[in-house]
Design a protein around this ligand. Structure first.
Ligand code: SF4
Length: 153
């Protein structure tokens, strides 16, 4: 699995390089006219959380949610509880950390842990939307639900 993936969302290729260089969107890059997600399948945080930790009300109560994140965030909140992972690329010259986990592996871990859902959280999930989309659409993904937890902290 490559560590980068062609990106099709969120910003126009013609502006992506300047966005990355400015630090406002540090995980996507225009490479010779093609926009790539550089943090694709690079998981920095991976936990089995109780669903009650998520910003939901009485949804699948008592179940587990397999929760993942990559580094990076398109926000710079002063109160960020996950600063060390959300701002890592921004303060380390664009460096991306994380263990490679292809979508199939995430689905297998989620099912193996008897999680009823998969959550994309801890950092802002739109920063790794392409990856989250591939995990959610993976053919073997029989979990009940998928959650993007926007501006998670
Ligand atoms: S959106 Fe969330 S992860 Fe990103 S900086 Fe703000 S609090 Fe941190």
């Amino acid at each position: 699995m490559p560590a980068i993936r062609r990106s099709s969302a969120f910003c126009a290729p013609r502006s992506a390089r300047s966005i990355r260089e400015s630090g406002t969107l540090p995980c996507r890059e225009n490479q010779d006219g093609t926009l790539y997600s550089l943090n694709y399948a690079r998981v920095i945080a991976e936990h089995i959380d109780p669903i009650e930790k998520k910003p939901l009300f009485h949804f699948l109560p008592g179940t587990r949610s397999y929760s993942i994140a990559t580094t990076g965030c398109n926000f710079m909140c002063l109160h960020c509880q996950n600063y060390d992972i959300s701002q890592y690329p921004r303060v380390h010259g664009g460096k991306i950390l994380g263990d490679e986990r292809d979508p199939e592996a995430i689905v297998a871990y989620a099912l193996g842990s008897h999680s009823a859902s998969i959550s994309y959280t801890y950092t802002e999930p739109t920063i790794f939307f392409e990856y989250a989309q591939d995990v959610a659409r993976w053919p073997g993904n029989t979990t009940c639900a998928t959650f993007l937890s926007p501006t998670a902290s």
